[in-house]
Design a protein around this ligand. Structure first.
Ligand SMILES: [Zn+2]
Length: 591
């Protein structure tokens, strides 16, 4: 284990004062916003929207943007504190009062959106098209995509009132059931009690194959007895989602997710079909990776294990230069924005007690700057995370300069394009700067690419199968889910990957995605393939200027409009081939 001193990250902590000058100041800001939200609901009744003038609508949208900004500032602040100082009781109190106050802000936002959706089409459209509200045009039109599926206000209230028991309770039951599991295990450093989550990371990525296999066997044995409970949680949620779909008039279970992502069903189907059609590229990588690992064939337990060991620990300062150079190579503005995260102490990179293990970027609003959190140990995966999170950070930095708080954020599908693009550019950048490190990174990215471009699409197919069974009246028990899941992943693995320990069938139970939301994973496929396609386009003249415009647009346009800025036509089913061609090139470079 590298220490923070060796990796140079000791003392690299963020300074949150630009977001929250003090705890008191944040409390005052949230209290004031709660007051503003109540006044907002009072002032802008649903009735008042029926006759509102465009200039008044502009005033309304400004107030709404401030409420939204205050909401994200308070929530992100509490989130950032909890993730870096989770054992501090004062932080838990902060979280509690933010959790108490911020739903009032959600209420005001929902109040407006429901009233706005209730307006007749022609009235809403003429208001949204008025120059006075041009900056929030897409937001106004976008909210209305849910309109055809809206129920009466009383029904909407009844549905949301039961969320805590009908939805959250199943998710909590699943998390608690899995969270309580642990087993005795020895990874070579002495036997001790291992929680399931640690066993799961060991089975995926431990460098020793024997440890991976034993960790897999141990976690499978932990899963076996609880599978009926986890299956029941999933079955109940699927049944509930189908019942609500029926009330709302959705005829396909993927509809709701597509609406949230603002992506047409035809685009999603073309994406999934393209993933299936290009599966041979994944097989080529599996075979190549087996050779690198000295194996005859890759097994499921080897999928996430490093194929090429990186020889060195990268010091923090070198990583900073590397990623800032990489962003600066795309456009000077991106380089400047990336550098300011470091120079303004907006990154928390020091691993320490009380800090969670993941990485994230939070850009709360257009009024304050954004921050990145990670745990720097000098490993390649940390470098990838840094590039990924700064991909988000530089995107928000540009968008925040141009957009309102109503139009700042894209959905997850488009939102992951700049971060994935940054990861892939880092590979290109490193391959030219440091061949050895570049190859190790490329091998790692190929594993990620397989997850995004193939496995994530296969999971969407698994869900289609599960919802179809449930809609026919078949309960989703563990045996049926195992069989569906096994069949979906077997299509990706083909005969290039063995599954000696039977891990393929258990993905449905171990991944949280299917319980938390539905059809969440195809967004990764979408973002990865578009980002990979952009790598090829990035060499075309004029790309830098177009890419900057794409980032600056934030969430002010639909995914199709945003991608058109960088020359990508989402309606063209051939578009996914560009991403696969880049992926194929990456596999070739490893041969
Ligand atoms: Zn991300």
């Amino acid at each position: 284990m590298t220490t923070a001193v060796e990796s140079g990250a000791q003392g690299v902590r963020w300074d949150l004062t630009p977001l929250a000058p003090s705890e008191e100041a944040m409390k005052e800001r949230l209290d004031a916003a709660v007051g503003d939200a109540a006044a907002f609901v009072e002032r802008w009744s649903a009735k008042s929207l029926e006759t509102i003038e465009p200039t008044s609508l502009r005033a309304l949208l400004r107030e709404l943007a401030d409420i939204r900004a205050a909401r994200y500032e308070a929530r992100d602040w509490a989130f950032m504190l909890t993730n870096t100082d989770s054992e501090n009781p004062a932080v838990l109190d902060i979280r509690a009062w933010v959790d108490n106050g911020s739903p009032r802000l959600d209420d005001a936002i929902r109040h407006f959106e429901l009233a706005w959706m209730a307006l007749p089409d022609d009235r809403a459209r003429s208001l949204a098209e008025d120059g006075a509200v041009a900056r929030d045009r897409h937001y106004l039109l976008g909210v209305r995509r849910f309109r055809p599926f809206m129920l009466s206000p009383a029904e909407e209230r009844a549905l949301s009132a039961r969320d805590a028991t009908a939805v959250t309770a199943w998710q909590t039951l699943r998390d608690r059931t899995l969270g309580s599991l642990s087993a005795r295990f020895d990874d070579g450093t002495g036997e001790r009690e291992w929680p399931l989550s640690e066993l799961e990371s060991a089975r995926r990525a431990h460098p020793d194959r024997d440890v991976r296999r034993r960790a897999q066997e141990t976690s499978t044995a932990l899963f076996e007895p609880v599978l009926p409970v986890i299956a029941h949680c999933y079955d109940s949620l699927v049944a509930d989602r189908l019942a609500v779909d029926d009330l709302r008039g959705h005829d396909d279970p993927i509809d709701q997710t597509n609406l949230e992502n603002k992506i047409d069903a035809g685009v999603v189907e073309a994406l999934l079909a393209a993933s299936e059609a290009h599966v041979e590229i994944a097989h080529r990588w599996f075979r190549r990776k087996a050779a690198l690992l000295g194996l005859e064939r890759l097994d499921a337990v080897d999928l996430q294990a490093a194929a090429v060991e990186a020889r060195q620990v990268l010091p923090w300062d070198a990583a900073r230069r590397l990623v800032v150079d990489m962003f600066g190579g795309v456009t000077p503005a991106l380089g400047t924005e990336a550098e300011s995260f470091f120079s303004e102490n907006r990154i928390d990179a020091e691993p320490r007690r009380g800090k969670t293990s993941g990485a994230f970027c939070a850009w709360p609003s257009t009024r304050v700057p954004g921050f990145v959190c990670g745990n720097w140990t000098g490993q390649l995966r940390d470098l990838v995370m840094l590039a990924h999170e700064l991909g988000h950070g530089t995107n928000y930095a540009l968008a925040a300069q141009a957009q309102t708080d109503n139009s700042l954020r894209q959905g997850i599908a488009i939102g992951e394009v700049p971060s994935t693009f940054a990861e892939l550019l880092l590979v290109e950048h490193l391959l030219s700067a440091d061949e050895d490190l570049g190859r190790a990174l490329l091998a790692r990215e190929l594993d990620q690419a397989v997850m995004a471009a193939y496995m994530s699409a296969a999971f969407a197919r698994f869900e289609q199968g599960a919802y179809a069974l449930r809609a026919e009246g078949q309960a989703l028990n563990a045996d049926r889910l195992n069989a569906l899941c096994e069949a979906a992943v077997a299509k990706v693995w083909g005969d290039a990957v063995t599954d000696e320990l039977g891990c393929g069938k258990l993905w449905w139970a171990s991944l949280p995605h299917f319980i938390k939301a539905r059809f969440y994973t195809y967004a990764y496929t979408f973002a990865f393939l578009l980002a990979a396609g952009l790598v090829a386009r990035s060499r075309e003249p004029g790309f830098a200027e177009r890419y900057e415009r794409f980032l600056t647009a934030g969430g002010s346009a639909s995914p199709a409009e945003l991608m058109a800025v960088v020359g990508v036509d989402l309606g063209d089913p051939e578009i996914w081939n560009d991403g696969f061609a880049v992926l194929e090139g990456f596999v070739e470079r490893m041969c």
